[in-house]
Write a protein that binds this ligand. Structure first.
Ligand code: NDP
Length: 240
């Protein structure tokens, strides 16, 4: 039987590319989203992938959502914790609300997403957790104290889950994308985008599908010995 994969924030941007790539690779995919019904409907029309609405910031909703998917499609074998938000501001202007919202979604959201499915993975002795972190969790970023903290925290989560899950056949890995050509990045003024690209040795933005293919590899049987690792998919944009 096909393995079941849950992709949070799986209806737009990088998440949509991940959902589609996993479907093409033979998984039964469930795509979660937060509230943009129109984008979710369009995504299902285009791909045939069912969508499930809840906020990853809400533990009970994550638990109920996972249970619904398992009732509909079968036990979840692969979790891609992709949902993420930004609420940027320089630190002296950052509000407690901006801090908390990003922590709740990008960091607690990963706990909330993985925790309900973890016992089942342990019982079945198989699981694949892939967390979409960010280059800015590795290097920090002006105006992103909240975001960088969560994305660095996500790396701590996978390294710890790797140690706890390994003997149960569960792996947990992270991908740190650099700048990817999503709607958000393409919407910034061309001059700003050119400045961003000038810092990428590859001379271009990444494509969502390039992140999706990294996820497909980490989810596969072939990646069984990769555990607690970070794939930096950033076109060579390294830093000290
Ligand atoms: P988008 O803003 O294009 O899409 C975000 C997706 O996440 C949407 O499906 C959205 O649902 C969903 N989402 C947002 N908040 C929640 C929530 N609370 N609960 C459930 N779903 C939620 O994001 P990107 O594709 O740009 O980013 C995806 C991931 O990749 C994020 O974690 C981001 O931090 C990371 N990343 C992105 C980079 C980039 O260049 N774009 C670079 C590095 C990392 P809805 O449609 O309902 O709003």
């Amino acid at each position: 039987m096909a393995k079941v994969a849950l992709v949070t924030g799986g209806t737009r941007g990088i998440g949509a590319a991940i959902s589609k790539t996993l479907k093409e690779a033979g998984y039964t995919v469930a795509a979660n989203f937060a509230g943009n019904e129109e984008a979710a409907r369009k995504f299902t029309d285009e791909t045939g992938i069912p969508t499930y609405k809840w906020s990853v910031a809400d533990y009970d909703a994550c638990k109920a959502g996972a249970a619904k998917i398992e009732a509909d499609l079968g036990p979840i074998d692969v979790v891609v914790a992709n949902a993420g938000i930004t609420r940027d501001a320089p630190f002296h202007k950052m509000t407690r609300e901006q801090w908390q919202e990003v922590i709740d979604t990008n960091l607690t959201g990963v706990f909330n997403t993985v925790h309900p499915v973890w016992p089942g993975m342990r019982e079945r002795k198989f699981g694949r957790i892939v967390v979409i972190s960010s280059i800015n969790g590795q290097k920090g970023q002006f105006g992103q104290v909240n975001y960088a903290a969560t994305k660095a925290g996500d790396l701590g989560i996978v390294k710890s889950l790797a140690q706890e899950g390994a003997r149960y056949g569960i792996t947990a890995n992270a991908i740190c994308p650099g700048y990817i050509a999503t709607e958000m990045v393409m919407a910034v003024p061309e001059k700003v985008r050119e400045a961003i690209i000038s810092q990428i040795p590859a001379g271009r933005l990444g494509a969502p599908a390039e992140i999706a293919r990294c996820v497909a590899f980490l989810a596969s049987e072939d990646a069984a010995f990769l555990n607690g690792s970070t794939i930096s998919a950033n076109g060579g944009q390294f830093f000290v």
